[in-house]
Design a protein around this ligand. Structure first.
Ligand code: UTP
Length: 504
């Protein structure tokens, strides 16, 4: 650790001497904490970071140029669960299962976010949205990994492993580790669950000064989900992947309750197109929906954010009536390990950070804690999809929103992307699977409950039927449990048991 004098000199050089403002009044413990924190910071890099962010903001391609140069993805680079030929879909799926059975596929979870909108004091993956089983997001994801491995083994005759890489941050690493240990890694082999940590960056004021959130603590935030690329390098994750023979990676966000872990169709599609990078998308129907769309600008693949697209482009429609820019990114990506190696070694420094203006609590000159009511600080973040621009072979794969995308972002006080909407999305999907498998649902009087297939996001399904991921990965294999059978809601279908639950 650097000495106090070294730190003081560096801080002065970096224009950050104010961080030692409360040094004289700190007790020995506080001094040790602050010195440790400041020694760990690369202050020269911080300065550089601030300068390049500001420069990037001014250099940014003008919105008019983006509109002029934007083009939708060419159809030959787009696969779709609805529009692609069923035979092609089946062969992509087969290819995906084959690669899984050969140990060539890993999943990588982005779980370093602070989840401020949800507002719970623990990592989002530990959240239970109130399913009858009480399962958390982490448990659901773990069980889907076990199931996809099992299906690949049944279909291809050899059992492969899908390693689970989990990127955490200072906020989420400790509790996530403890949670996995307490739950015995959800019956996965713990050597195949690899937790690693992304970097943190100081939050800075608009005039480039790092913010003290306590007298002995600098306000830090994770460096965005695009911090992935530095974290891969810092923790030698690509080397670990190569040592296991992994060639393809499915990257996803922690909060999508419907995530198809290591989705064989998506992986098989990307690999058979020779892509080095791919994105899953859902169809954007409403021009005003605040989502980023995958497209090309001047021949370069990228996600154009909602704030960057003009109303004219957002509203443009094809002759079939669909929006021209309809490929809404859902933070579910495919990468080859080879592509990531190039990104990590050559491209990462070229990624421009995004500037997010946030309310950052701070201690004022007198040492009082202030909770600002308007944005007072800048957090700099990189985004995981920013590397699409470096890809020569990029594809997108369109899936159905109701089957694959329901993110948990907000608490139940909001009306969108909440625990309620996530629970509803999962139970609606399981209800659809059960009906397709031939189940009949009866009310307590023994009368059949009328089927309701077109459910909106606001509708609860007419029955509660939760299906364990260990029983079905994506609706398959349910006939044996459900065909022509009568069930009374609520039920929970587990591996060797259909459990009738009592009504709440
Ligand atoms: P969000 O942008 O939704 O952020 O992250 P968040 O932290 O979950 O929630 P808010 O904005 O504070 O309410 C999308 C995904 O990226 C991950 C998150 O964990 C989530 O899976 N992420 C975000 C990281 O892994 N690291 C980061 O620095 C930021």
């Amino acid at each position: 650790m650097a000495t106090m004098e070294q730190v003081r000199r560096q801080l002065e050089e970096a224009g950050q001497a104010h961080l030692l403002r409360f040094w004289p009044e700190l007790d020995p413990e506080g001094r040790a904490v602050l010195l440790g924190e400041l020694s760990a910071l690369d202050l020269r890099e911080l300065r550089q970071h601030c300068l390049s962010a500001a420069a990037a903001a001014s250099r940014r391609k003008g919105l008019d140029e983006i509109q002029r140069d934007m083009k939708p993805m060419p159809p030959e680079l787009v696969g779709s669960v609805c529009h692609s030929d069923p035979e092609a879909l089946a062969s992509w799926e087969q290819e995906g299962f084959h690669l899984i059975s050969q140990n060539k596929v890993a999943v990588l979870l982005l779980a370093g976010g602070q989840g401020t909108r949800l507002g719970v004091p623990y990592p989002k993956g530990m959240y239970n949205v109130g399913l009858p089983s009480g399962k958390t997001l982490y448990e659901i994801q773990a069980e889907r990994i076990r199931k996809v491995e099992e299906l690949a083994s049944e279909k291809c005759g050899s059992k492969g492993t899908v390693p689970w890489y989990i990127m955490t941050s200072e906020f989420t690493l400790g509790p996530t580790k403890t949670f996995f240990v307490e739950h015995d890694f959800f019956h996965l082999d713990k050597s195949n669950v690899i937790l690693f940590e992304q970097r943190m960056l100081p939050a800075v004021t608009f005039d480039g000064k790092a913010i003290l959130e306590q007298k002995d603590k600098v306000a830090m935030a994770p460096d965005g989900n695009g911090g992935l690329y530095r974290a891969l390098e810092d923790n030698q994750i690509l080397e670990d992947m190569e040592s296991r023979g992994v060639q393809y990676i499915h990257v996803y966000c922690v909060d999508n309750i419907l995530v198809k872990m290591a989705d064989p169709v998506f992986i098989g599609f990307c690999v058979s197109k020779g892509a080095e990078c791919g994105a899953k998308v859902v169809e954007k129907f409403d021009p005003a929906e605040p989502v980023g769309v995958a497209c090309q600008v001047d021949g370069v693949y990228q996600v154009i954010e909602y704030s960057e697209i003009s109303p004219e482009n957002a509203q443009m429609r094809n002759p079939d009536g669909r929006l021209t820019y309809n490929a809404a990114s859902i933070c579910m990506h495919f990468f080859t390990v080879e592509f990531l190696k190039t990104v990590v070694r050559e491209m990462e420094p070229h990624l421009q950070p995004h500037v997010a203006l946030k309310k950052v609590p701070f201690v004022d000159e007198e040492g009082n804690l202030v909770k600002p009511i308007k944005a007072n600080g800048i957090k700099m973040e990189k985004f995981v999809f920013d590397v699409f621009q470096f890809s020569k072979n990029f594809v997108i794969f369109e899936v159905l929103r109701e089957d694959e995308f329901s993110p948990l972002k907000n608490s139940d006080t909001a009306d969108k992307d909440t625990p309620t909407t996530a629970r509803r999305a999962l139970l609606s999907q399981h209800y659809r699977w059960a009906l397709k498998a031939g189940a009949r649902f009866l009310d307590t009087g023994g009368y059949q409950i009328p089927e309701k297939l077109s459910l909106s996001e606001r509708d609860d399904p007419p029955v509660v039927c939760e299906i364990s991921p260990l029983v079905s990965y994506f609706g398959e294999g349910l006939e044996v449990h459900m065909k022509d059978k009568d069930f009374t809601s609520p039920i929970l279908i587990n591996k060797n048991q259909v459990k009738a639950l009592t009504n709440p």
